[in-house]
Design a protein around this ligand. Structure first.
Ligand SMILES: Cc1cc2nc3c(=O)[nH]c(=O)nc-3n(C[C@H](O)[C@H](O)[C@H](O)COP(=O)(O)OP(=O)(O)OC[C@H]3O[C@@H](n4cnc5c(N)ncnc54)[C@H](O)[C@@H]3O)c2cc1C
Length: 452
């Protein structure tokens, strides 16, 4: 049997390689960067675990924990410190605590929302009226239209937009509610009121931490997966379908044959590789937009930290017109990651419409971060460590109509025997989803190769 070529050594490609290695199917994983992990990268500095990109995964989706258990790394997993989970949102220049009981943008506890200045009285009355909504079905619509319809525009501006920007780095006026939050669309269809539905189904306390991660950083998961992967570093330049079946894959220094190809690279990269094989498929992939972001990480001596300690961090809505999007207090979210005596802040810039910030120099980005922290937290202390990471075109955006466009992409890809797509452009952007898609692609290869 011919080999499988996996293009891309992010978490999706590595998960595919792991799954193939379990079944003994030969593979080569081609990664263009000198390191594996894609957007996952962990560094350490004087005992601080510093994540350059993602820092954790949501516990609710089981695929990441299932893989970690299989890899025998369960004892290395830590949970988020939910007891101290307090998020602030900036409103008119001041930090306002996210009212308790707010699930994304949906209020599920009346008292805290009534007492909070996060939205005005008109919106609070609107939130009350939402309880009276009847079940209804709409065509796919933007997150912004959906939320404004249920809870008013102020809820879009001060809750949905900042909370979702933190996850997607996208524009809520374009993101598809159906693809981004299918559960809420289902509740709208079956129950009408989201607030009423979520009040009834509040998660019991003691149901485990909201987020999990690796004590030594997500990079330790990448390192472990890499031990199962047969890796070549180089850039795949094109893929050609062979008349007799299979593919020829071109790298800068030559060609290799492949019986199957798993494209675990961003959709825009997959599009460039498939232009000669299926132009329509390539154009479909090209149309999946991506957003870009930059993270400035600052470490402080705790004794010198003279700013407000804002819980697990704060979010800045776009309507506040600032460069900074969000800031996480790493040691509050994951205490194991910052040694006593230090404080680590992760400052997020960029997202759809603000990509220009990535063109700034590291020094300028660090200056912006410090300047914003001084204004918001009153922090004047100098950081003892600063680093900048840029993630251009890294986060796929599921815009309105994504699920319909995806059906077309999937059916065209399925018509090319031996070709599989995996990664954050398709059915989930989080780490558990990318693991699922990588493993599913490998399982499909295995099911075909084991068929007599
Ligand atoms: C800043 C940031 C923070 C995030 N935070 C979280 C979080 O906390 N929790 C969470 O669950 N998710 C988070 N995400 C989302 C999640 O991390 C990503 O969606 C996921 O890791 C993407 O994995 P992937 O394998 O699909 O793609 P990638 O990680 O992008 O990997 C694709 C790989 O393909 C390689 N490649 C591309 N083209 C070629 C080619 N032609 N030849 C060879 N190699 C190629 C690239 O170099 C890259 O290594 C975050 C994303 C970003 C950008």
């Amino acid at each position: 049997m011919g080999q499988v070529v996996i293009v891309g050594g992010g978490i999706a490609g590595l998960s595919a390689a792991y799954e193939l290695s379990k079944t003994g199917i030969p593979h080569i994983l081609v990664e263009k960067r000198p390191r594996l992990g894609g957007v996952i990268e962990t560094r350490t500095w004087e005992g601080c675990v510093l994540e350059s990109g993602p820092d954790s995964f949501i516990s609710q989706k089981p695929e990441a924990m299932a893989l970690i258990k299989e890899l025998g790394m369960e004892s290395e997993v830590i949970g988020s410190n939910d007891a101290e989970r307090v998020t602030y949102i900036q409103r008119h220049g001041n930090l306002v605590r996210l009212p308790e009981g707010t699930t994304m943008f949906v209020p599920t506890r009346v008292g805290p929302m009534l007492a909070s200045p996060i939205v005005g009285w008109g919106t609070k009355i609107r939130m009350g009226l939402e309880l009276l909504r009847r079940p209804a079905t709409y065509p796919d619509r933007s997150v912004s239209d959906f939320v404004a319809d249920h809870f008013g525009q102020e809820t879009v501006d001060y809750l949905a937009e900042p909370l979702l920007s933190g996850v997607y780095g996208g524009d809520v006026r374009k993101l598809s509610m159906q693809s981004v939050m299918p559960r809420f669309v289902e509740l709208e269809r079956t129950q009408g009121s989201l607030a009423r539905a979520l009040m009834k189904s509040r998660a019991p306390s003691g149901s485990g931490p909201l987020f999990r991660t690796m004590k030594r950083g997500l990079g330790s998961l990448v390192e472990k997966l890499a031990t199962y992967a047969n890796v070549i570093h180089g850039e795949v330049e094109t893929i050609e379908q062979q008349p007799a079946g299979g593919f020829r894959v071109k790298l800068s220094d030559g060609w290799m044959d492949a019986a199957h190809v798993i494209l675990a690279c961003p959709a825009w990269s997959a599009a460039a590789l498939l232009g000669g094989t299926d132009g329509v498929l390539a154009r479909g992939l090209e149309q999946i937009p991506y957003s870009s972001s930059a993270i400035v990480t600052l470490v402080y001596n705790a004794a010198e930290f003279d700013g407000q300690r804002a819980g697990t961090g704060f979010l800045i809505p776009k309507v506040e017109r600032r460069k900074l999007m969000a800031c996480t207090f790493v040691g509050t979210k994951f205490p194991h990651r910052v040694p006593g005596g230090k404080l680590t802040l992760r400052c997020f810039f960029g997202s759809t419409g603000n990509e220009g910030v990535l063109d700034e120099t590291d020094d300028r980005l660090t200056f912006f971060a410090k300047d914003e922290l001084k204004r918001i937290l009153g922090l004047t202390a100098a950081p003892i460590h600063a680093s900048v990471n840029r993630w251009p075109r890294a986060m796929a955006q599921y815009t309105v109509g994504h699920s319909e466009r995806l059906k077309e992409i999937q059916s065209r890809a399925a018509a090319i025997p031996g070709l599989y797509l995996a990664g954050n452009a398709y059915t989930g952007i989080g780490i558990p989803d990318c693991i699922r898609m990588g493993r599913e692609a490998a399982k499909r290869v295995a099911s075909i190769t084991s068929t007599p």
